[in-house]
Design a protein around this ligand. Structure first.
Ligand code: AMP
Ligand code: MG
Length: 482
């Protein structure tokens, strides 16, 4: 499809008016294309040559409005670091419309496209570094098979804004089947706006859980689905070593997607206490806390839904969260370890493994990739840690467990290589790409995009990124400023 053949719809605007505010983007000056996602364009049925036209840059810049366009910002609230903030909303994201696709309806949104009613003190802009991080990381999560919002394009601009220093700006064209957050429900529940709350629940069900439309007790079933999706997402994050960094309820997707990429990190050395967000002094959103914060956040959603559903019934559903999380993480770890079938007793082997990795400060991704080639010969694995005994002890238990596998060593290795990525986008790699991009060189953005999309492939030219993170860059915290 050509750009001018796209017809946008705006289903969100059918909700009561308090759910959003109409706002026009404020285009940036002197813009240029940095990267565009041809694979996603295919899913959206947009012709590839359109992506490289001047009109496309104008479109991502909010300067070119397509047919049906009626742009708006969404209103939401949220608990930030445990404290309720009654109004947040899209302070720098402007929704430009919905398109049908082979993956169902997708909502397009420009992040960094100017101020909205919800900007508070903010300038409505996003700087280049944070936009590169969001653009690449959402695609990396997609490459890893983890539920996420996505991104179709990244444009840069010579226009500057002040953060800790003057920085250039950018816009990411984000794409998602849903932009509804836990905090969207909290907004209306706290204001006791029950008509809006119910309309929003109906909207979210139709958007993300259409099989529940018209079902009896559909709001309870809706909560059940969100509990399941959240438990599953938390397990996916833990298994791959992803630390989101800002799990405020406004950054929790009602559809169970990874959303709003800020000061996140992939683990370098395994550390259950890893904190990636500079402003998170107490480690509320540390790596190890993520599963329980997922549950805390679901509890706030439960409170928000309580005018629509009996809270005791929701409590009973929420009580299953721990079990759902455990089942999923056990399943994922079983796949990472190449076990034909995970068994409850594997909990001991997995706990032992994490204890060993924590003690030896071993690179999380490299360990599993190296283990994927394990055939009884231990040298490569022993090299990963300073001391040999803890690794040997764990490998003794692992060898015992592998005896129960019926697959051959080669079959196990093949499966493990498909479940343990060679590459994750560690912060030092992203920083290298950002440093070059700030000098006008986007080749590393291209390179990281390619490995992010296919993280299980060998990509021999980028071997250095599959190694241990250089010591100076390990487990660093990032600021929220973006
Ligand atoms: P975040 O921590 O990025 O999820 O943002 C929290 C809230 O602050 C959201 O409502 C954002 O839209 C808003 N926000 C963040 N940065 C800006 C900015 N530069 N201008 C306006 N609003 C912003
Ligand atoms: Mg956010």
């Amino acid at each position: 499809m050509k750009l001018n053949e796209i017809k946008l719809t705006n289903p969100y605007l059918k909700l009561p008016e308090e759910c959003y505010t109409r706002v026009k983007p404020t285009p940036l000056k002197k813009t240029f294309l940095i990267h565009t996602n041809e694979e996603l364009a295919n899913i959206l049925d947009i012709d590839i040559e359109e992506l490289y036209s001047d009109a496309f840059v104008d479109f991502v810049n909010g300067a070119l409005q397509l047919e049906g366009s009626d742009t708006f910002a969404m209103c939401y609230a949220g608990h930030q670091f445990g404290f309720y903030v009654p109004r947040l909303g899209d302070g720098r994201a402007i929704n430009i419309g919905t398109v049908p696709s082979s993956w169902g309806d997708q909502h397009l949104q420009l992040k960094g496209a100017g101020q909205t009613l919800y900007s508070r003190q903010g300038d409505g802009r996003a700087v280049l570094r944070s936009s590169i991080r969001e653009y690449l990381m959402s695609e990396a999560m997609y490459g890893l098979g983890i539920e996420t919002t996505r991104a179709l394009a990244l444009i840069g601009s010579e226009q500057q804004v002040f953060r800790e220093d003057w920085e250039t700006t950018a816009i990411v064209l984000r794409v998602s089947p849903s932009w509804v957050r836990f905090g969207t429900f909290e907004y209306f529940a706290h204001k006791k706006k029950l008509i809006e709350l119910e309309a929003l629940a109906d909207y979210a069900i139709a958007e993300s859980y259409p099989h529940l439309v018209g079902e009896e007790n559909c709001y309870l079933h809706f909560f059940t689905e969100v509990v399941g999706k959240t438990a599953r997402l938390m397990a996916e994050w833990q298994a791959v070593g992803f630390n989101h960094g800002v799990m405020n309820t406004d950054n929790m997707s009602i559809a169970g997607l990874t959303i709003d990429y800020g000061p996140y990190a992939f683990l370098d050395d395994y550390d259950i206490n890893n904190i990636c967000n500079h402003t998170d002094a107490n480690g509320r959103y540390s790596f190890g806390n993520q599963p329980s914060i997922g549950e805390w956040n679901l509890r706030t959603l439960m409170q928000a839904l309580s005018p629509l559903v009996n809270i005791e019934k929701m409590e009973k559903i929420l009580a299953h969260y721990g079990r759902l999380y455990t089942e999923r993480i056990m399943y994922l770890m079983g796949k990472k370890l190449g076990l034909d079938k995970s068994e409850p007793k594997d909990g001991e082997l997995i706990t032992h493994l994490f204890g060993m990795m924590q003690g030896l400060t071993i690179d999380y991704t490299l360990f599993f990739r190296t283990l994927s080639r394990y055939d009884g010969e231990r040298t490569a694995l022993l090299k990963l840690g300073l001391f040999h005994k803890p690794m040997n002890d764990w490998l003794d238990s692992y060898d015992e467990r592998l005896k129960e596998n019926s697959s051959t060593v080669e079959e196990r290795q093949q499966k493990m290589l498909q479940n343990n990525p060679k590459f994750v986008l560690k912060n030092y790699m992203l920083q290298e790409a950002i440093d070059a991009a700030e000098e006008g060189d986007f080749t590393l953005v291209d390179a990281l995009f390619n490995i992010a999309h296919n993280p299980y492939d060998e990509h021999e030219a980028y071997e250095k990124w599959a190694e241990v993170t250089p010591d100076v860059f390990k487990n660093k915290k990032l600021s929220c400023s973006s």
